[in-house]
Design a protein. Structure first.
Ligand SMILES: Cc1cc2nc3c(=O)[nH]c(=O)nc-3n(C[C@H](O)[C@H](O)[C@H](O)COP(=O)(O)OP(=O)(O)OC[C@H]3O[C@@H](n4cnc5c(N)ncnc54)[C@H](O)[C@@H]3O)c2cc1C
Length: 495
């Protein structure tokens, strides 16, 4: 079995990145420059390109998709980073903003399993099955469960009453740590939120999941991003990799464009899909902001980062059916903060059977844990290597409980840490899911600080994950479209 302990920043498709100036084909001016090719950036770019605006996407990595990505390893292994599950809403979002070649490939996961000292069962993660579990397994009153769902459904961004998720759970299911675990654990993995985050973030995200189950993309992330690039090209969007935006340039309070090394590309509108903190703390010079606003925006807290272990089965090896997603823990009781413990007892396994990439016959398993930057950031290289080796060993031991013969089937094991995510995306502290709730406000207020500068991407918990990011890209594109129309009206000759 090959073990690899370096970052997953090597060539992900086995090919060397092309040499030469990556921006040689870029124009000197676009209507819109998008900084970053995450799902929010790509979705915004596609909508604006489709509307007839000239758009380019500048991505610092040579591959595209941001955290919606994959990598390949010798021996035919392909590993997905963040293709574990998203709500049904992604189907509609993709149909509307990308078309049916993408939305038709979105299919429901067949099974989600929980295995911890408080409960063990399989669920389809649909509202119907969750209700059945809450009522028949946990013994909750049906009226309480319905009223809980209705309360969540009614929640929206403008009605934040300051309640935390812990308080919400206590109101409906007092003292029921097991119920809290069922309700919170999957959401903590999905967006890094904890019991201490605002109840409305929980309500909005849980309601999205709790309609018709959990979904995935058939063909894998590589196919998704390849198809998105084809559609972008069709819509005239220029996409450039290896293009590190060093600065978003501003003149007289208005965005002027971006600087990539010594090259400036001008644009009346810039959408930053880089992290919110990187956008306001690194990409724009501080004197362009109102001081009080900037000071407050800098206080925005980040969500956690992640660790992952990627395990590839050799060709011809089989994996018994367990589930698509397995939430497993040996902690007797649930507390959401402990999900980010450095060598914690809780992890999620994603099992990728051949149905994910039909025709390949291959199986991979990816385990994910939430993680804190501080635990990993300052380790010396030897300590870092040791911590990674321990992470891999702990993960294999946990997987062996479910697949006893797993070690003999694996031909590749590799891990990533908050340092990998920071290196790869340039997100502050390797944040996997953007910022805490307060970040959404600063993200949305950016154009009031600098005319023509927008932020779009994982932020505020609600706008995180594949669906949240793609939807935020669409919301931002609509605002930008309206801005371009009004600029055109301003400059149109009067008869
Ligand atoms: C381990 C893990 C598991 C996850 N699992 C799931 C899941 O199962 N389901 C789900 O829905 N979500 C999941 N997510 C979250 C989801 O992947 C993200 O929320 C989403 O993909 C983020 O999209 P985004 O548009 O915010 O941009 P990102 O994906 O964060 O991309 C930002 C892009 O900007 C680029 N960039 C940054 N700075 C610059 C610069 N200066 N110049 C040029 N380019 C720059 C980066 O290189 C990157 O490509 C997971 C995340 C992680 C880390």
């Amino acid at each position: 079995m090959s073990h690899s302990t370096h970052y997953f920043t090597g060539s992900r498709d086995g090919k060397r990145p092309p040499a030469g100036d990556p921006l040689r084909k870029a124009k000197d001016h676009y209507d819109v420059v998008v900084v970053g090719s995450g799902l929010a950036g790509l979705t915004a770019a596609n909508i604006l390109g489709r509307a007839g605006h000239s758009v380019c996407v500048l991505e610092q990595h040579y591959n595209f998709g941001g955290l919606a990505t994959w990598f390949k390893r010798r021996g035919g292994h392909v590993f997905d980073i963040s293709l574990h599950g998203f709500p049904i809403g992604m189907q509609k979002t993709c149909r509307k903003y990308w078309g049916t070649s993408i939305s038709d490939r979105i299919v429901q996961l067949e099974g989600v399993r929980f295995d911890n000292p408080q409960f063990q069962f399989d669920t389809t993660f649909t509202r119907e099955d969750f209700t059945h579990k809450l009522v028949d397994v946990f013994g909750c009153a049906p009226a309480t469960v319905e009223s809980f769902y209705e309360t969540l459904r009614a929640m929206n961004y403008y009605d934040d009453d300051g309640r935390t998720t812990a308080e919400l759970f206590e109101e409906f299911f007092p003292g029921r740590n097991d119920v809290h675990r069922l309700l919170m654990e999957p959401i903590s993995y999905a967006n890094g939120s904890t019991l201490q985050d605002p109840a409305i973030t929980y309500g909005i995200v849980f309601s999205n999941f709790m309609s018709k189950g959990v979904y995935t993309f058939t063909g894998g992330t590589d196919l998704l991003i390849r198809e998105m690039r084809t559609i972008l090209a069709r819509n005239g969007v220029d996409v450039f990799g290896r293009s590190q935006v060093d600065e978003i340039t501003v003149e007289h309070g208005r965005v002027r464009g971006v600087r990539v090394g010594t090259r400036e590309i001008r644009a009346e509108t810039v959408i930053s899909n880089a992290g919110l903190k990187a956008t306001i703390e690194r990409l724009v010079a501080p004197d362009h902001f109102d001081n009080a606003w900037l000071d407050a925006a800098k206080q925005t807290r980040l969500n956690c980062s992640s660790t992952q272990v990627y395990m590839g089965l050799g060709p011809g090896e089989d994996l018994p059916w367990i589930a698509d997603l397995l939430f497993t823990s040996t902690r007797p009781e649930f507390d959401s903060a402990s999900l980010a413990d450095m060598h914690g007892q809780s992890r999620t396994f994603s099992f990728y059977y051949p149905k994910v990439r039909p025709g390949t016959g291959r199986h991979t398993v990816v385990s994910s844990m939430n993680a804190d930057w501080a635990d990993w950031a300052d380790l010396s290289e030897p300590d870092y290597a040791m911590a990674k080796a321990r992470l891999e060993e702990d993960t294999l031991a946990a997987l062996e409980v479910h697949v006893p013969e797993i070690r003999s089937k694996l031909t590749h094991v590799e891990s990533s840490t908050p340092r990998s995510f920071a290196f790869y995306t340039q997100h502050t502290q390797g944040a996997s899911f953007g910022t805490k709730f307060e970040g959404l406000r600063y993200s949305m207020e950016l154009p009031q600080q600098i005319e023509g500068l927008f932020h779009s991407g994982s932020v505020g918990i609600i706008m995180s994950g594949w669906l949240g990011a793609a939807n935020y890209g669409a919301i931002t594109a609509n605002k930008v479209d309206a801005r371009i129309d009004s600029l055109a009206a301003e400059t149109a000759p009067t008869s």
